[in-house]
Unconditional design. Structure first.
Length: 270
């Protein structure tokens, strides 16, 4: 459980982080809260030569309203998002989900940006940004680009970010007045979801129902066509490909998806 040796580089501004990443390319990894990257390094599943620590960059820690959009700095920690007044009023799903991630220590170190770039299908925030119709903003050597959440999760632990790009912020339409719901089924308290469901209005995100976080499109289409919550939730597992694991077979996961979708939709729409 000891990582391979690496060189630690501490960035004091976003520009400095971008310069360091551009200089070291594929040999470098960004370090944010470290709660996904360091375990991978200890298991020797990742062995970057350089770690570019962006943890101290307070300029990437904010939540604000910009017109009718909520804007979240990528380095915002879960513990701050849980109680942020702008989020609680205009994007309550994200505030609530942030409070359900791991334990207190994880929430004090882990960042929303780290969770999204890690792109684990079992993580909660990716499905929450999918249901929130968010856009992810990346900055790199050739400037800034915006990537819809629906195009961000390409495969297990894979995103369209280039090695020299930083995820800087997450933007989503203010959701004041829209119902939301969240259900997560875990084997133990304080754990990743066996299956999770996120809902904003009529949009539904699924946790751990395939290699990437997914939208439950059949459920969304049924709702839009006037189906009842029961009818729509019965379609939650359509088009999904959940993994078979010792603690949860694919069939059991599909069952959970239907049950949890019904509960999350009931929370959101009633
Ligand atoms: C005990 C434990 C329990 C957990 N439970 C849960 C849970 O219940 N639900 C859940 O969703 N997650 C859970 N997690 C994961 C946790 O939420 C992590 O904090 C999160 O996935 C990664 O965030 P981080 O800031 O620590 O990122 P890091 O570990 O620092 O980075 C993760 C990856 O993202 C890259 N990266 C980070 N920030 C940026 C950026 N701004 N731009 C470009 N690349 C970036 C890194 O290079 C790395 O590849 C748990 C973790 C632990 C250790």
């Amino acid at each position: 459980m000891i990582p391979a040796s690496f060189q630690y580089l501490r960035a004091s501004t976003v520009d400095e982080a971008l310069t360091l990443l551009a200089a070291h390319g594929d040999d470098a990894k960004v370090l944010a809260g470290g709660h996904s990257l360091l375990p991978l390094m200890k298991l020797r599943l990742a062995a970057p030569e350089y770690l570019v620590d962006i943890g101290p960059l307070d300029e990437l820690r904010y939540v604000r309203l910009d017109g009718d959009e909520v804007v979240i700095g990528a380095l915002s920690r879960y513990s701050a998002l849980v109680r942020d007044p702008v989020l609680l009023e205009h994007a309550p799903l994200l505030a609530h989900v942030s409070g359900e991630v791991g334990d207190r220590q994880v929430r004090h170190r882990g960042t929303i940006g780290g969770s999204l770039v890690h792109a684990d299908a079992a993580a909660d925030l990716p499905a929450a940004v999918l249901a929130s119709d968010a856009v992810l903003v990346a900055r790199g050597p050739s400037g800034e680009r915006r990537i819809p959440a629906a195009e961000f999760f390409l495969g297990p632990f894979t995103t369209p970010l280039e090695p020299a790009e930083l995820l800087t912020e997450i933007r989503l339409p203010a959701q004041t007045g829209q119902g939301w719901g969240f259900r997560k089924f875990t084997r133990r308290a304080i754990d990743w979801a066996m299956v999770g469901v996120t809902v904003v209005g009529g949009r539904v995100g699924l946790v751990n129902m395939g290699g990437v976080p997914l939208r439950a499109t059949a459920t969304e289409e049924a709702l839009a066509a006037g189906a009842s919550v029961e009818e729509a939730a019965a379609l939650a597992a359509e088009g999904t490909n959940p993994p078979d694991e010792p603690h949860a077979t694919a069939e059991y996961r599909r069952h959970l998806a239907r049950v949890l979708t019904r509960r999350a939709l009931t929370q959101a729409l009633h």
